[in-house]
Write a protein that binds this ligand. Structure first.
Ligand SMILES: [Zn+2]
Length: 272
């Protein structure tokens, strides 16, 4: 398996802990039945439109969208959860690679994420190590993995970050960190189109924090692209410079261009 040949190189390159990647364990015959048939990882710079496109895929096509942050939060809230797993010294609050691996295993190998045939991972993997961990899980489940990168220039995503808003009413968050872009009301752009409540800037879009997130993405994506090539993972870049509909069209076209999803997405595209 490729992961065992590449994991040493990956851990030496990993930022943060410098600790080794946990050993890959095979699925026990008593593990829950596999449900994931295909993983599609959607990555891109902050504010490029990942949440919007994956949210639309979920709404229109009923695919499941895995967001590590949300799964981690749910996992952490369980009574038996080891809180030490969630300690992090990362300035952007990223979890350690060990914890990420445990979460992926819990989600997909132990079936704790309500997966369907196709799982879209939003904003994951964020590093070469995370790509290798995900590849290991996909390999374990014998589910193909493809990578879609949404692309847009820095000035454009920075401008989007300055103007986008979240709705703390529609997406309440205990930590005051709502994430999903809200639609502005036509009459009052400071209010939510769905609930009429006041909108807020997203915490991670604050200018210094946004700059740090963007810089981290730009620093890490070349290694992710190279590894995708080395691992023979289907990879497509989708231009996200235009409006959300054209980005969605680009994503569905990218998916359709890749077997074995071609037929599925060809049929979906007729409904767009
Ligand atoms: Zn709202």
């Amino acid at each position: 398996m490729l992961i065992s040949e590449t994991s040493n190189a990956a851990s030496s390159k990993a930022e943060g802990t410098g600790r080794a990647i946990p050993a890959i364990t095979r699925v026990s015959p008593f593990a829950s039945a596999r449900t994931v048939e295909q993983f599609v990882a959607v990555v891109g710079p902050p504010a490029v439109g990942k949440s919007t496109v994956t949210g639309t895929l979920a709404d229109r096509f009923d695919v499941r969208v895995f967001r590590l942050r949300e799964f981690a939060r749910e996992f952490r809230s369980r009574p038996a959860a080891d809180q030490r797993l969630f300690d992090t010294r990362d300035p952007l609050g990223w979890l350690t690679e060990e914890t990420v691996f445990l979460l992926l295993q819990a989600a997909f190998v132990r079936g704790q994420f309500p997966a369907r045939d196709l799982v879209v991972l939003e904003n994951f993997p964020g590093s070469l190590t995370q790509l290798l961990l995900l590849t290991a899980i996909a390999d374990q489940l014998r589910a193909p993995l493809m990578l879609i990168e949404l692309t847009a220039a820095d000035y454009l995503v920075a401008a989007r970050a300055r103007t986008r808003r979240v709705c703390p009413t529609c997406e309440p968050d205990l930590h005051g960190d709502s994430h999903r872009p809200a639609r502005r009301a036509a009459r009052d752009p400071d209010r939510c189109d769905s609930c009429g409540g006041g909108l807020l800037p997203r915490r991670g879009d604050e200018s210094q924090r946004f700059a740090a997130r963007l810089a981290r993405f730009r620093r890490r994506i070349p290694a992710i692209r190279r590894a995708a090539t080395a691992l023979h993972l289907p990879y497509r870049a989708v231009d996200a410079t235009g409006d959300p509909d054209s980005c969605l069209q680009g994503v569905t076209t990218a998916l359709a261009a890749t077997d074995p999803l071609a037929l599925l997405f060809a049929s979906w595209r007729e409904h767009l």
